[in-house]
Design a protein around this ligand. Sequence first.
Ligand SMILES: Cc1cc2nc3c(=O)[nH]c(=O)nc-3n(C[C@H](O)[C@H](O)[C@H](O)COP(=O)(O)O)c2cc1C
Length: 191
Amino acid sequence: MEKILFINSCYNEEKSRTIYLANKLFEKFDIDSKFDFEEIKLKDLHLLPLSEEKLKVRFDLANKKLFDMEMLTYSKKILSADVVVIAAPFYDFSYPSILKLFIENVSMPNLMYTYTKDGFEGFARGRKFIYITTRGSELPDSEDFGYLNLDRMFKLFGFKESQLISFGGTDFYEDPKNKIDELVKTIKNPF
Ligand SMILES: Cc1cc2nc3c(=O)[nH]c(=O)nc-3n(C[C@H](O)[C@H](O)[C@H](O)COP(=O)(O)O)c2cc1C
């Protein structure tokens, strides 16, 4: 059975429209019975930014190719997933800082990727990265610099394909969940 790693980057479990969209897609395509599914809730990880000390350790470990560290648990989960799904709200033309902290912490050189003379080589075996987001306004996908960033990061890690699923206008519609339901009906299986 293939594995989906779901990286939940939303703060508000009950009210999040982004989680609502993600859950509707998981239900529609019966993810529970078709995949081995694991969720990481970023708000529970209490991640901290890199620091001078942490950078030293990181470069030292990367050079020695020593990756037996607790902080790299999540890097290894990404390396072994077939599909990674991230759900994150649209913040300031990008995504929330907890997700940036997560990427910063997992993106370990020589474990996730290496640079080559032709560019780079990623070590993940995943076939697809899927990004699910909702935006307050109806900005087009081309304005989503968060997705652009993550698309490049997951390609760097070795993922072969990526897809963005977005809903715009949550802060305009009185009942955005009805509109999200309508959108979900039109979406073909991304998994
Ligand atoms: C800190 C913050 C920054 C935001 N920045 C933008 C923005 O730049 N453009 C936009 O259209 N909406 C912006 N929004 C609105 C959110 O994208 C919108 O409400 C989204 O649907 C929230 O998702 P959620 O319900 O899953 O939390 C912002 C909201 C917050 C709280």
